[in-house]
Design a protein around this ligand. Structure first.
Ligand code: TNX
Length: 508
């Protein structure tokens, strides 16, 4: 016994014991429960990633890709059923209660990430990422001590849907740029990426049965630049990249308005059979499909069929917003028919809440965005659920203040504290938490031209939307959040982000 005791002591003794306090970590979104036990685990060149199940291989690879550049360590991935020294063990535990929930246990010897499902394991690894020094975000080798405080974190999301949208129609963004945006969502545990693929200024997805959509409709963008589009192969690459990060892509084909790029590509979609001119301005609400021509529905059927074939997710977004030149009766008939087409392809419809004027299919989700609450009321009355994106709080293209160099201000200004200080569950009167599926922060791109612009409007508001969607309401508090947000600054710097240095945040 004495010998054993000595052996144990010397074993601990050969590893340097360093105190660290898990309670002092600044994680966003704030986890449900943190229990610190005062010491630390050191990641070294010998640290391996162990997976208990083949379904966790993608998560392991993403973690490896995250940890390799700054550490220079290999993080070899192996299969196994338990953790031994120096390992990061990824495993499933169906007894955890909520989808996407996880438990992260860090001891001086090893780390265990248990997830309810693959998503839960992924989120456990993202918490681990935030527990490491900010230098982990750099892409060249840093020679520092890679230590993580020991303890246990138990965590699960408040809402099923935590998302952000990127408008690739007003300005086109490359596959690489889109992947960066997806990375930002993943880092903060968002699980839906809504991509606004079509609008008046551009058509951004290859449709093989209607090739002029990209030959003509994709050829420009706001301001007259050259535009662009994703081939179906590139789009699939985006979908897979997102899926490896537990993110589902929600494709949007906006109709019957916001359709000038399609109307410019094919004359037969117009009442006079003549193609419209391409449009590179920023007005909204001037275009409409010809709702009483059968070719319109043949077109929609063909496009939806190809889009659905590329989209493993359950949702399909039909837009439906700002149809100022579609007669109300026509609009209602059109939306009813569009919903039938989507349902016939086995997808669940999402639309901007304007669609609640029509008769909503069971399961349809109405995305609330307008300052006025009329459409949301109509949707709830029909038993639909809401996705909350109130423009005055959740639109990332809205300027922070009057001096913001990019962004719009039709919905006012949204400083970082305004973006954080609201609850999607009580934002509208007479609403229940069960009436909503979650929160989405859209980034419209009339003024957004490149990745630097995306970063400026996204950071630092996006982490706040993520916390609103993930953390318990009782744990959301601007005064403590702003300190945690300031702590993310080192990460923003390490990632090379062009972020807005809001005066509301106590940056270092
Ligand atoms: C309104 S929000 C729109 C978009 C614009 C955005 C700019 C919505 C459903 N429609 O077409 O890009 O405002 O903030």
């Amino acid at each position: 016994l004495l010998l054993l005791g000595i052996a144990t002591t010397s074993l601990v003794g050969c590893k340097e014991r360093v105190s660290m306090d898990l309670n002092k970590s600044s994680i966003i979104p704030i986890p449900n429960e943190i229990k610190a036990d005062g010491f630390s685990f050191k990641i070294t060149s010998a640290t391996e990633i162990v997976v208990s199940d083949a379904s966790l291989m993608n998560t392991a690879k993403v973690l490896q890709g995250l940890l390799q550049p700054a550490t220079g360590f290999p993080f070899t991935i192996v299969e196994g059923n338990s953790a031994s020294s120096d390992q990061i063990f990824l495993t499933l535990n169906s007894s955890l209660t909520k989808a996407d929930g996880y438990q992260l246990k860090i001891t001086e010897d090893h780390i265990t990430v248990e997830g309810k499902d693959v998503g839960g394991v992924f989120y456990g690894t993202q918490t681990l990422r935030q527990l490491l020094p900010a230098a982990i975000e750099k892409n060249v080798i840093q020679t520092i001590d890679w230590r993580v405080a020991t303890g246990t974190i138990k965590d699960a999301p408040r809402f099923e849907y935590r998302g952000a949208m990127l408008d690739v129609a007003r300005h086109f963004f490359t596959v690489e740029e889109v992947k960066h945006f997806i990375d930002y969502l993943a880092m903060y545990k968002m699980n839906y990426f809504h991509i606004h693929l079509t609008d008046d200024q551009g058509w951004r997805l290859e449709i093989k049965s209607w090739p002029k959509l990209t030959e003509i409709g994709a050829s420009t963008e706001v301001g007259g630049g050259e535009g662009g589009f994703y081939t179906q192969e590139q789009y699939t690459d985006i979908v897979k990249y997102a899926a490896a990060r537990n993110i589902t892509v929600v494709p949007e084909f906006d109709m019957p308005g916001h359709t000038n790029s399609a109307l410019a590509s094919y004359g037969e979609l117009n009442p006079d059979n003549k193609p419209k001119d391409l449009y590179t301005g920023t007005n909204v609400g001037f275009s409409t499909f010809t709702v009483d021509k059968e070719i319109t529905y043949k077109f929609i059927e063909d496009v939806v069929k190809e889009m659905v074939a590329l989209s493993p997710g359950k949702y399909f977004h039909i837009g439906g917003d700002e149809t100022h030149v579609t007669k109300k009766k026509d609009y209602i008939n059109f939306i009813n028919r569009a919903q039938e087409i989507i349902a016939s392809h086995g997808k669940q419809v999402v639309g901007w809440a304007d669609i609640a004027e029509a008769k909503l299919q069971p399961n349809t989700v109405a995305q609330f965005w307008k300052v006025k609450t009329h459409s949301a009321k109509l949707a709830l009355k029909q038993g639909a659920k809401l996705l909350m994106s109130p423009a005055a709080k959740a639109y990332m293209d809205i300027q922070y203040d009057k001096d913001s160099p990019i962004g719009l201000h039709w919905a006012g200004y949204t400083e970082v504290d305004d973006a954080y200080n609201w609850d999607p569950a009580t934002y509208l009167p007479n609403m229940d938490i069960d009436d909503i599926i979650g929160i989405e922060a859209p980034l419209w791109a009339e003024t957004v031209k490149d990745l630097k612009d995306i970063q400026y409007l996204t950071f630092p508001r996006l982490p706040g939307y993520a916390e609103i969607g993930w953390s318990k309401r009782s744990q959301q508090d601007w005064e403590t959040y702003k300190v945690r947000l300031a702590d993310q600054q080192d990460r923003f710097e390490a990632m090379g982000l062009n972020y807005y240095q809001s005066p509301k945040v106590p940056w270092k």
